[in-house]
Design a binder for this molecule. Structure first.
Ligand code: ATP
Ligand code: MG
Length: 329
């Protein structure tokens, strides 16, 4: 079986963007691939985090993975900081990455240009840590939204560079982009992607939002003044985003969704999109509530950590031996 690795940051309750762009693909791939899912808390601290909140978000994210359909009998789910190999691999890969290539990462440029935020060195060196996450598990495929494409390309470059310099050590992974709804947009600024760290609460739908909140947020989503429901990303980014949301959650094509609202105004349209979102999330929210305070959740995370650790520490041994570190040969 080919292996898939994917990481998500515990930086807030996951959004509909994360769900459509990432979580749903995870659930689909777990039968076909040997799947490893990681809660990347060490990535989260590249930006300032409140420790208590981070701690809670880690557990919430774990419960969300499982509620969304990750099956611990098929997949491995674990927390990055509980497997020391990640920081070790991150360091070795930082030493073969150049500052210039890290400065060219658009996510670094975006996040470091935010006002009133101190830019940590970790924000710059985050991509080699991410490369380590992936390469430690001999990963073949990385399923991500297209905001992560550049980081996966860097991962491939670092893997190839390491193999060339120190001998074949890594599998060079491929990226797998979702077929549909690759990038869900912010409800308040549909030219920007929906992000779980967005400070504007109205911009994102959270997977744990109450039906009332979902209705309210979709009702106040930014659209346009044309008043006609049609798909046109360039001129009608807000309406098009809502169409993509309903289409991806119902399995209908965008054309079918457009046809559903023919002759109707934005009021009916938004109510329909909200209904689709609420119905889709209801069973996920119910399962989440069962899991969040359960010992079952800890048991799954303990097992995941042990499985991940066994694979990752073997890769560290090979990396250190290849680079000439310590006394390994
Ligand atoms: P942050 O603002 O903290 O970076 P995020 O919402 O971008 O949060 P990540 O943890 O960076 O979330 O990414 C988790 C996964 O969700 C990744 O696979 C990423 O590609 C995907 N993803 C993130 N935002 C979207 C989006 N708007 N549409 C589709 N997929 C997304
Ligand atoms: Mg992100």
């Amino acid at each position: 079986k080919k292996r898939i690795f994917s990481g998500v940051q515990p930086t807030g309750v996951i959004t509909l963007g994360n769900y459509i762009g990432a979580f749903r693909q995870f659930v689909e791939v777990q039968d076909e691939y040997d799947s490893i899912f990681c809660i990347v808390d060490q990535h989260a601290i590249t930006m300032p985090q409140d420790p208590k909140e981070l701690h809670e978000n880690i557990r919430k994210l774990a419960a969300t993975y499982l509620a969304a359909g990750i099956d611990p009998n098929k997949s491995t789910l674990f927390i990055q900081s509980e497997v020391p190999a990640h920081a070790q691999a991150g360091w070795m890969l930082q030493c073969i990455a150049s500052i210039g290539e890290l400065e060219r990462m658009t996510q670094f440029k975006d996040k470091s240009s935010k006002e009133n935020v101190s830019v940590s060195a970790g924000l710059l060196t985050y991509p080699p840590l991410m490369a380590g996450d992936i390469l430690l598990y001999n990963t073949h495929l990385v399923p991500v939204g297209d905001d992560q494409k550049q980081h996966i390309e860097l991962t491939r470059d670092l893997a190839e560079r390491f193999n060339k310099r120190f001998g074949k050590t890594f599998v060079v992974p491929d990226i797998q982009l979702p077929k549909n709804g690759a990038r869900i947009k912010s409800l308040q600024d549909p030219t920007k992607k929906m992000s779980k760290s967005d400070a504007n609460a109205k911009a994102t739908i959270r997977i744990l939002d109450e039906p009332k909140q979902i209705e309210k947020k979709i009702k106040s989503a930014v659209t346009d003044s044309e008043g006609v429901v049609r798909f046109d990303v360039e001129n009608k980014p807000g309406v098009s985003n809502l169409l993509i949301i309903e289409s991806s959650l119902t399995g209908k094509t965008v054309d079918e969704v457009v046809a559903k609202y023919e002759g109707k105004g934005y009021g009916d349209f938004k109510a329909g999109v909200a209904e689709a979102v609420i119905n889709h999330l209801a069973p996920i929210q119910a399962r989440y509530k069962e899991l969040i305070d359960s010992p079952e959740l800890d048991h799954i995370l303990d097992e995941g950590r042990d499985k991940a650790n066994a694979i990752a520490s073997a890769t560290i041994d090979r990396m250190e031996a290849a680079m000439g570190l310590g006394r390994k040969v």
